[in-house]
Design a protein. Structure first.
Length: 436
């Protein structure tokens, strides 16, 4: 519907379309980024915001989405500044340092990501089809994602995610409209639509800003546009349109979920603490909009989580594999024979690691110590990336049209400060967890 898939073997010298319609027909990586960037935790965050503040904090999500757009746009400009992978570009600023840091972060992300999303996906399927047993269903879900991504054809993943994405966005919009018809919903909207600042503290606001959209997806976006052969500066308008649509969809998701939380939970003192609470909300919808409402919620929930499975597996595999490739081949990683490939040993090895880690962590539960280390290290991905982009994209070696402008530098500095502050908070929380 949205994309004309181009593999990595496509003619990379093809010119970018100059018309809006031509550009629109090619979008796709941004859709994958949007769907990979939102998951069950984002549903909890946005619905809790609606439950506590109504529609008054939509501006907070908007700021966060804009800042992540800035990071993604800068990553894409770095990618188009030379036909090298993202990690190859980053070796120009610190040698092996960034591949090592991101490899550690991605291995920790991969250790826990799969277990969480596969378990939730399985629980949703069980809620829809109660006869399904947990472990066989979980294994099927895991294998479906691993095989789909492991085939090594990005276009296949993109098409699958778009199919689920259509279900997801139509579902959550229909749900938001349906609950808006309920008693008191219009009154809640009128009372809370004016933007406000939470009574708690600035930390609450900053945490919400950092809450919607994932770090790995931003890193992986550079690999997805390479697979589409958007590798030269003339593709910048296409990439920007792709990203505008991407973060526009993330914004729609955040607003719709905030509205659902506001219209059914506002003023009740109810907090969504975990995924089980989301299932309780699904059951409560029966009294409001019938069994169909519950089913729409669960199917939308399933689409949200399963697209994050596919996008997450693809993104983690690309970033992890490229870190391994660069470290193995450095300083010859840019030679054509060592080009990054979704059919490489590193890529498929990363998928095997993801799959095995998923089963192990699901079987053992989440070890508290490892979770704290994972949270602390992965929190530094965005500030480290912002710092690298500030340095590299101001160099004279970068083509003029792809260098940072004054507003890019300003916004990337805001990203560095904000996400750096959030990373420091996460480290503090992790340390307190160790002490406690």
């Amino acid at each position: 519907m949205f994309a004309e898939t181009t593999s990595q073997t496509s003619d990379i010298t093809a010119s970018a379309p100059v018309t809006f319609g031509g550009r629109l027909r090619l979008i796709g990586p941004g859709i994958v980024l949007a769907l990979a960037s939102v998951g069950a935790s984002d549903m909890i965050t946005t619905m809790n915001s609606g439950a506590e503040y109504g529609l008054a904090l939509i501006w907070v999500f908007t700021v966060g989405i804009m800042l992540k757009f800035v990071l993604s746009e800068a990553v894409s400009r770095l990618q188009m500044s030379g036909d090298r992978s993202l990690l190859s570009h980053l070796t120009g600023f610190g040698g092996r340092t960034f591949p090592v840091l991101f490899l550690i972060a991605e291995l920790l992300v991969g250790l826990f990501f799969g277990a969480g999303v596969i378990a939730v996906t399985t629980n949703i399927l069980q809620a829809i089809f109660p006869v399904l047993p947990f472990w066989p269903t979980a294994v099927v879900v895991l294998l479906s994602a691993s095989v789909l991504v492991g085939i090594g054809r990005y276009g296949l993943v993109e098409k699958a995610m778009m199919g689920f994405g259509i279900i997801m966005f139509f579902g959550i919009i229909a749900l938001a409209i349906s609950v808006f018809q309920g008693d008191g919903a219009q009154q809640v909207a009128a009372e809370t639509v004016v933007p406000t600042f939470p009574n708690a503290s600035i930390i609450t606001v900053m945490s919400l800003i950092g809450g919607v959209g994932g770090a790995t997806g931003i890193l992986a976006y550079s690999f997805w546009i390479r697979e589409k052969a958007w590798r030269t500066p003339d593709w910048k308008p296409v990439v920007r349109l792709d990203l505008v649509i991407s973060y526009g969809l993330v914004f729609v998701f955040a607003v719709a979920m905030s509205a659902v939380g506001a219209f059914i939970l506002y003023g009740q003192g109810f907090t969504i603490a975990d995924n089980d609470a989301l299932f309780a909300i699904a059951d409560s919808l029966v009294n409001r909009i019938g069994d169909v409402g519950r089913l729409v919620f669960l199917i939308s929930f399933l689409a949200v989580v399963y697209t994050s499975v596919l996008g997450g597996f693809s993104g983690i595999a690309y970033v992890t594999a490229d870190c391994l490739r660069v470290l193995r081949r450095y300083p010859h990683q840019d030679e054509a024979r060592f080009d990054m490939s979704a059919k490489s040993v590193e890529f498929r090895g990363a998928l095997v690691y993801l799959s095995v880690a998923t089963l192990v962590i699901m079987g053992l539960g989440k070890p508290v110590t490892l979770v704290l280390v994972y949270a602390a290290i992965s929190a530094f991905i965005l500030p480290v990336l912002a710092l690298a982009l500030l340095v590299i994209l101001n160099r004279r070696s970068v083509p003029t049209g792809l260098r940072n402008t004054w507003w890019s530098n300003t916004l990337l500095t805001v990203c560095l400060v904000l996400f750096g502050f959030l990373a420091a908070l996460q480290v503090k929380e992790s340390v307190m967890g160790f002490i406690g």
